[in-house]
Design a protein around this ligand. Structure first.
Ligand SMILES: Nc1ncnc2c1ncn2[C@@H]1O[C@H](COP(=O)(O)OP(=O)(O)OP(=O)(O)O)[C@@H](O)[C@H]1O
Length: 582
């Protein structure tokens, strides 16, 4: 008899269940819920096994949520929703969708026991699932489909999983960042953005800034040990660039990301702080690039009206200019015994290098030393040979905390970079001929090694300084002009940001510092934007100095210090699942 087969303890159930007219032997044992088809002669056939940690929800009756919600109430049925995997095209990652199976039980009692036990198992085996989330939607990101993506694809899944959400549709840039910095966040288990990399960056700055405010840590001190952030960040990709999502999940698919959030995945992420003297400029998780990548961004800003095409156009134009920039790069090498940018490994879900990383300590940093001396010998002697110095002319200098893979470059800027090992990859492309540089760029789109070129070098590092060679320092006059403009801005914040008056209120907080910085950046960027990085018939003297592109934003200074903060934040993700094993 079916009823007698039922055996229950806290997380163990076994009984016959029916799917359609086929009988299955189902069991819930520890971490797995499995069902095996049994034929009329009691022979066992194929087994399906779902980890409890990947169950999205268990509902009474026959339930459908897609394409629209439908419920057929019945005393004998229950519906199980879970993560289903499939491969997507030529990308490395695994696409997740919502799996659904309707089970019919022999009695109502058995049905209720299954539901109770499955829900208990969920609580026991998935303690880090979020219950309440703060969601920010950028209605103008990407193809302007953020609201539609959230309401049609994501919200029904959150509802099914019993997650309650407070949704804010942003009305201006930096609203999400300011909200996180200022408002009461009690009760939220995480923050989620529906948008692109720019929206993610807002959440990143909000979460890091808030955590440091509460811990009484000054973000402007480049030597300080930042406090790791508790609030996890989720990304629902809906932008024109979804690089962070792509590099941490392997695909940019809203449903896959929503399911990772629901099951409470947690992926630590290294963050690079970028300082100029004693001022925090920005945090970066993907790319900080000078030279080619800076020029392309600056040029594309001048052609915003072209839409996404502006990147291709600007890329071609800047390439044709064949510009090189003089600079001094200093770096603090990471331990080369642990990993290297050319070891041909990939940072995948459960990465051993990341999990063994103990790079959160930063033992070599000497806070008393001058960081930005133009006198090279002075800098070297002060740091007693630990920093390596390279001076030369570069096509580009890039730093990347992660592989920075994207659909166009599936392996990314540095294919073997890790998400959370406390290091950053420094890529130096020295002066070369246009064909050589084209080869370098083209290899990003193929499987060929882009570092296997005589003018390219790559180093795994913990910190980088960049400054101009003696005699080519940043213009003081320019600096002063910017300073006085930003002072005027601070006096009258309305002039720059309508409705952003709150920025002027708490002058001592991190929020104010960042907001004030943003305004200074705006003024500086506006000036820099006027400077053309493309030389043509109208360009008399090509600029000798480029700009830094920091995760898609132009930095207002050339001389910077970048420092990695290992595992500073956590995403609702698990790294790229190896699709060959999925
Ligand atoms: N309501 C809004 N109005 C204007 N800008 C906004 C709004 N909400 C967010 N933003 C800003 O828009 C910028 C771009 O947003 P997002 O990254 O979501 O889209 P995107 O299409 O990928 O953008 P981009 O290609 O310019 O990086 C972000 O830097 C964010 O600060």
């Amino acid at each position: 008899m079916i009823g007698k087969e039922m055996e229950i303890d806290s997380v163990k159930v076994e009984s016959s269940l029916w799917i359609g007219n086929k009988r299955y032997k189902a069991s819930l044992r520890g971490w797995y819920f499995s069902w095996t088809e049994v034929d009329k002669r009691n022979r066992e056939k194929k087994t399906v096994s779902v980890p409890v940690s990947e169950v999205i929800g268990v509902k009474e009756g026959r339930v459908e949520i897609q394409p629209r919600k439908k419920l057929e109430d019945s005393d004998l049925d229950f519906t199980l929703f879970y993560v289903k995997r499939s491969r997507r095209g030529n990308t490395r990652g695994t696409l997740w969708s919502l799996g659904r199976t309707q089970f019919c039980c022999p009695s109502r009692d058995v049905r209720d026991q299954w539901i109770t036990q499955l829900r208990t198992a969920l609580q026991t085996h998935s303690p880090s699932r979020p219950h309440r989330l703060l969601v920010f939607i950028n209605p103008f990101g990407g193809k302007k489909r953020g609201k539609q993506i959230y309401h049609s694809l994501v919200s029904p899944l959150f509802e099914l999983a019993g997650i309650s959400c407070h949704v804010v549709v942003t009305e201006r840039a930096n609203q999400a960042r300011d909200y996180i910095l200022k408002k009461d966040l009690t009760g939220f288990d995480g923050v989620v953005c529906v948008g692109g990399d720019g929206m993610f960056s807002e959440l990143l700055h909000g979460v890091i800034g808030r955590t440091q405010q509460e811990a009484g840590v000054s973000e402007h001190d480049p030597t300080v040990m930042l406090q790791p952030c508790d609030l996890r960040i989720g990304i629902i990709p809906a932008g024109s660039t979804d690089c962070v999502c792509f590099a941490s999940v392997g695909v940019n698919d809203p449903v896959t990301s929503a399911l990772h959030i629901i099951i409470g995945d947690s992926q630590p992420l290294d963050v690079c702080s970028v300082h100029h003297k004693s001022t925090l400029m920005k945090y970066s998780v993907s790319m900080v690039g000078y030279g080619f990548y800076g020029d392309v961004l600056a040029e594309s800003e001048r052609h915003r009206w072209m839409g996404p095409l502006r990147y291709d156009y600007s890329g071609c134009m800047v390439y044709l200019c064949n510009r090189n920039y003089a600079g001094v790069v200093q770096y603090l090498p990471a331990d080369s015994h642990v990993s290297s940018p050319r070891d041909n490994t990939r940072c995948l879900a459960g990465c051993r290098v990341c999990s063994e990383s103990k790079e959160r300590l930063f033992p070599h940093f000497d806070s008393s030393s001058s960081l930005y001396s133009a006198n090279l010998s002075q800098v070297s002697s002060e740091l007693e040979g630990e920093w390596v110095t390279i001076e030369g002319k570069f096509k580009c200098v890039s730093l990347t905390c992660m592989s920075s893979s994207c659909p166009r470059s599936p392996s990314g800027l540095s294919p073997s970079a890790h998400l959370a090992d406390g290091t950053v990859d420094l890529i130096l492309v020295r002066e070369t001929n246009p064909l050589g540089f084209l080869t370098y760029l083209h290899r990003h789109t193929t499987t060929q090694d882009q570092f296997d070129l005589p003018f390219v070098e790559v180093h795994r590092v913990k910190a980088v300084r960049f400054f101009l060679p003696p005699g080519e320092e940043e213009e003081e006059e320019y600096e002063e002009e910017i300073q006085s403009s930003s002072e005027r801005v601070s006096e009258d914040p309305d002039k720059l940001h309508n409705g952003d008056i709150a920025n002027a209120q708490s002058k001592t907080t991190s929020q104010h510092c960042l907001a004030g910085q943003k305004e200074r950046d705006t003024v500086k960027s506006a000036r820099r934007k006027k400077r053309s990085f493309v030389c043509g018939p109208c360009c008399t003297k090509p600029p000798s100095v480029s700009v830094w592109n920091c995760d898609g934003e132009i930095l207002p200074h050339t001389e910077i210090l970048c420092r990695v903060h290992g595992q500073l934040v956590r995403l609702f993700a698990r790294g790229i699942e190896d699709s060959t094993g999925a």
